[in-house]
Design a protein around this ligand. Structure first.
Ligand code: C5P
Length: 324
């Protein structure tokens, strides 16, 4: 398949996936269920396990259904190249810290401030793309334009202005640190995917290995006692499994977008998802009233995405073949 087609296909799937995940999370919060709530730390681990299993199946299929060849690839590329494998501990560790920072941010900021300030990750991503991948400075201008406009875009009407200033400060520090982590981890992962020969699926197995390891440490650190008492999968229902599945699929799509498009386009795709999920929320959950700022923000995000995606970019991949 042509790399341009893969680029737009992966981006479109990411927009649909992120929009459905946001709506599913809102819906799951709206539906009040009886019994114990699921532990989010275990959901993170389950998503990593689903990601690894999916990638193992994909490599197995690529190797014409040969278990022997699958095991030999894992041995040659993962176990016997520890220095290559360990590289993935960096983005994986950062993503773990980032996901926790975002949890702190969400508990200390109102939803609109959180969503808008986290969009600053496009700016940090652009900065790291210039520093680490040698992208041109002109491309950064589009991003700044996009940021200035999207910062005026209140996306929710449920602002909680009663939050104390100290909370807001903690929330802002958490979200800004998450932006730095998101930018660095994303660009670092992009560099690995585009500058080395290992396939996308193999890289995700390596990333997922560390993700599971760090995730399990999180489970026993935060929820060890609850797991001991009511089990690892306590409180899981169909919606929980749907969210876990969407999160796992999301991780794989993000990796594909990073490989076939780039991190800045990924950021724009997430801004577009915010717009789409807000519009669907308006019609479906009736929890949003659009303002003029919403239309200004939405228009600028869409035009910045269009302008950036049309700009020609240098190829980072060293080989000629596009490895899946
Ligand atoms: O906000 P940002 O785009 O940086 O978030 C990326 C998210 O994608 C993180 O939550 C990270 O855990 C997840 N991810 C994943 N699998 C990948 C790459 C990213 O689950 N291969």
């Amino acid at each position: 398949m042509g790399s341009n087609r893969l680029k737009y296909m992966s981006l479109s799937i990411l927009i649909v996936q992120t929009t459905s995940l946001v709506l599913m999370l809102r819906y799951s919060r709206a539906v009040v269920e009886q019994g114990p709530k699921y532990l989010s730390s275990t959901a993170v681990v389950m998503a990593e396990i689903i990601k690894i299993s999916t990638c193992l199946i994909l490599v197995f299929c690529q190797e014409n259904g040969s278990i022997r060849r699958l095991l030999s690839i894992l041995k040659n590329e993962v176990i016997e190249k520890p220095m290559e494998t360990i590289k993935l501990a960096i983005p994986s560790g950062l993503y773990t810290i980032q996901n926790n920072l975002l949890f702190i941010a969400l508990s200390n900021l109102d939803a609109a401030t959180y969503q808008v300030t986290y969009q600053l990750k496009i700016l940090t991503t652009a900065m790291f793309s210039v520093l680490m991948l040698g992208r041109k400075l002109e491309t950064i201008k589009t991003c700044i334009l996009n940021q200035c406009n999207s910062l005026q875009m209140p996306s929710d009407t449920t602002n909680d202005k009663s939050l104390p200033v100290t909370n807001q400060f903690i929330g802002l520090v958490a979200v800004l640190s998450a932006c730095l982590s998101s930018g660095f981890a994303g660009v670092y992962f992009e560099k690995i995917l585009k500058e080395t020969k290992q396939s996308l699926w193999l890289r995700n197995i390596q990333l997922g290995f560390f993700g599971t390891l760090f995730g399990l440490i999180g489970v026993f650190w935060y929820d060890g006692q609850a797991v001991y008492k009511d089990g690892f999968l306590q409180g899981y229902n169909n919606i929980t499994w749907a969210v876990v599945l969407l999160q796992a699929i999301g991780g794989l799509i993000i990796a594909a977008v990073i490989k076939y498009a780039d991190n800045i386009l990924k950021g724009f795709a997430s801004s577009l998802s915010i717009i789409f999920s807000t519009i669907v929320s308006y019609y479906w959950l009736n929890d949003f009233i659009p303002t003029i700022y919403f239309f200004i923000g939405a228009t600028s995000v869409i035009s910045a995405t269009y302008l950036y995606s049309r700009e020609p970019k240098p190829k980072v991949l060293k080989g000629n073949k596009v490895n899946m």
